[in-house]
Design a protein around this ligand. Structure first.
Ligand SMILES: Cc1cc2nc3c(=O)[nH]c(=O)nc-3n(C[C@H](O)[C@H](O)[C@H](O)COP(=O)(O)OP(=O)(O)OC[C@H]3O[C@@H](n4cnc5c(N)ncnc54)[C@H](O)[C@@H]3O)c2cc1C
Length: 294
């Protein structure tokens, strides 16, 4: 199984995609259609998020395992410390290894139900992602990634301290970082500079989500942790009643953002897909990132 850092080392800009584990047969069908549509485009990796409940967690293990065993794709399994003892975390990491997954995105997670609620550490668990990075690295030959926040983590009051925590995760053994969504490249580039000033030059992947519907636009601010910039609102809001025009403009906006990031030398673009492939395929095609045979 290939390590993500090796997939990112080729020199040309690539892309990666993020899925969530399907909740029922219909979602499973939608997910696998997206997987099969993206497979020939040769993404650097595909990651699968990790939920708070036991059944959702089983589905992450099952889905990443199926991707490892039934496709040519490189899977990355997310793992969080939420409501887990260290013994349980060891168990999940063992399952990932057993189904052929050697790349893990080690994240702290948020309190279930209320992401802004008080974080309560499991009595036999972990408090920060840094400890999870250490645990995964101790348990095997895993390539570990971590989360990064261009606008700062919502719980942090100081960007510099937040970057120091990010750098600590890398020093503990993480080999790449994936950024939360953003719309203004300057925030991402400033984060990369801050990491670099601290001697930290691991691949940092920008998080991209094409805004294809007014609903996604409303969610965007919530997810990114920053208000949607007025320049973006001015282009999208007038199209709110024309679904096709709104979607097309959302794809153009994402393409423009990616063009700037490619010019700035990012190793890959990480797409939050919502388990669909069409918008990602359109942006990747606009950018000329498709392999010749696709
Ligand atoms: C790419 C990406 C993927 C994600 N995938 C998932 C997923 O699959 N499932 C899910 O539930 N959530 C997911 N999340 C959300 C994530 O779990 C939350 O944003 C969470 O609040 C932060 O996780 P973290 O790993 O950055 O935490 P940490 O790195 O532990 O940071 C959490 C907070 O603590 C601070 N901190 C860190 N280390 C220390 C320290 N040593 N001392 C004091 N303060 C410290 C940080 O500055 C930050 O404010 C994802 C986020 C991103 C960006």
């Amino acid at each position: 199984m290939t390590a993500v850092v090796d997939r990112l080392a080729g020199g040309r800009t690539g892309f990666s995609v993020e899925f969530f584990p399907p909740r029922d047969d219909e979602e499973e069908r939608i997910l696998w259609r997206a997987v099969r549509e993206l497979e020939p485009l040769d993404p650097a990796f595909v990651s699968v998020t990790y939920g708070a409940g036991g059944s959702s967690r089983d589905r992450t293990i099952r889905t990443t395992g199926r991707i490892a065993q039934e496709t040519t794709l490189t899977p990355v399994a997310h793992l969080t410390a939420v409501n887990h003892s260290v013994a349980e975390l060891r168990n999940v990491i063992g399952w990932y290894a057993a189904v052929g997954v050697c790349n893990v995105l080690a994240i702290r997670g948020d309190p279930p139900g209320d992401p802004n609620g008080e974080w309560v550490t499991h009595p036999e668990g972990l408090t920060y992602a840094e400890e999870l990075v250490r645990l995964v690295r101790e348990l095997g030959d895993f390539c570990v990634g971590v989360a990064a926040f261009p606008h700062g983590h919502p719980r942090s009051t100081c960007l510099d301290t937040d970057v120091e925590h990010l750098v600590r995760k890398i020093q503990t053994g993480a080999e790449f970082a994936v950024a939360q969504l953003f719309l203004e490249p300057e925030h991402f580039l400033r984060l990369r500079d801050r990491m670099s000033e601290r001697g930290c030059d691991v691949p940092l992947l920008p998080g991209i989500m094409p805004i294809t519907t007014p609903r996604v636009l409303r969610k965007f601010g919530e997810l990114s942790g920053a208000p949607v910039p007025p320049a973006v609102l001015e282009r999208l809001e007038p199209l709110a009643d024309d679904a096709a025009a709104f979607r097309a403009e959302g794809v153009v906006l994402a393409t423009e953002l990616c063009e700037r990031l490619i010019a700035e030398g990012v190793p890959a673009l990480h797409f939050y897909t919502l388990n669909r492939s069409k918008a990602t395929r359109e942006v990747v095609s606009n950018l000329g990132l498709l392999p010749a045979r696709a």
